[in-house]
Design a protein around this ligand. Sequence first.
Ligand SMILES: NC(=O)c1ccc[n+]([C@@H]2O[C@H](COP(=O)([O-])OP(=O)(O)OC[C@H]3O[C@@H](n4cnc5c(N)ncnc54)[C@H](O)[C@@H]3O)[C@@H](O)[C@H]2O)c1
Length: 279
Amino acid sequence: MRNQGRLTGKVAFITGAARGIGRAQAVRFAQEGAAIIAVDLCGPMDTVVVPPSTQADLQDTANLVNSTGGRIRTTVADVRDVDGLRDAVAGGVEEFGGLDVVCATAGITSRAPLAEMSEATWQTMLDVNLTGVFHTCKVAVPHLIERGGGAVVLISSIAGQRGLVGVGHYTAAKHGVVGLMRGLAHDLAAHGVRVNSVLPTNVDTPLIQNDAVRAGFRPDLERPPTRAEFAAAARPMNLLDVPWVDPIDVANASLFLASDEARYITAVALPVDAGNSQR
Ligand SMILES: NC(=O)c1ccc[n+]([C@@H]2O[C@H](COP(=O)([O-])OP(=O)(O)OC[C@H]3O[C@@H](n4cnc5c(N)ncnc54)[C@H](O)[C@@H]3O)[C@@H](O)[C@H]2O)c1
């Protein structure tokens, strides 16, 4: 990817950076000159169906950033733990000299019809995918204000603007992220901080490429669907002829919103959804 220095001299705080979209953001932003403060839980959570990321994954992200010539500081922390997040950001700000960009990307999925869902499944979803985003913003905003401005990018989902079967808790959390974005954009405009969200369709990451999520797309099969069978079921969700987009597509949209090219764009919910919202 061509480096145009779109984030030269900037520092970006990214949650969920061990793999998937968070890793793509870290590497893409580093290519454009940003120093990266990377956070990930790197471990399992109750009720979550996605295989957990590991500290080796987070180290791989660090290696990829370093290979671009970029700088990165990694911390294992849980977005549900506001004190741990605050320490992670403070350490990065001390090392890199400030903070300009925030990407709240950490997220989980699990699956059940809403009326049959356990309290624990509901609560963990809201704690990570909504309150975790609030925590991320809460600990970062004072540093952005101190810097005199900045950009916040919250990763929502197509489920931030429409319903989907079997993930009502995820849908509620992702709608909440869009609301949080709009409220924060109003609160922070006077400080020169822009706040936007990105709403991806399916993205080719471990969040969806696992037996549990694939099975939700192919309830007709009695065994775990293959990648190709999953793709066949996912493709008709989108207007464009793709079953999913890649992490780099979400990272590039995030980069645009984080860069000065978007200097007068705030309070926007930007779909990166291959036309899913028109279906
Ligand atoms: N993959 C998709 O189809 C898709 C579509 C739309 C939106 N999204 C959203 O994009 C974001 C990133 O998802 P992804 O596809 O890269 O998933 P992923 O599972 O590949 O990566 C998510 C990362 O977040 C981390 N994480 C989860 N809970 C955490 C916590 N409590 N504290 C700290 N880190 C935590 C995980 O350890 C993991 O490394 C999520 O918010 C997800 O909801 C994904």
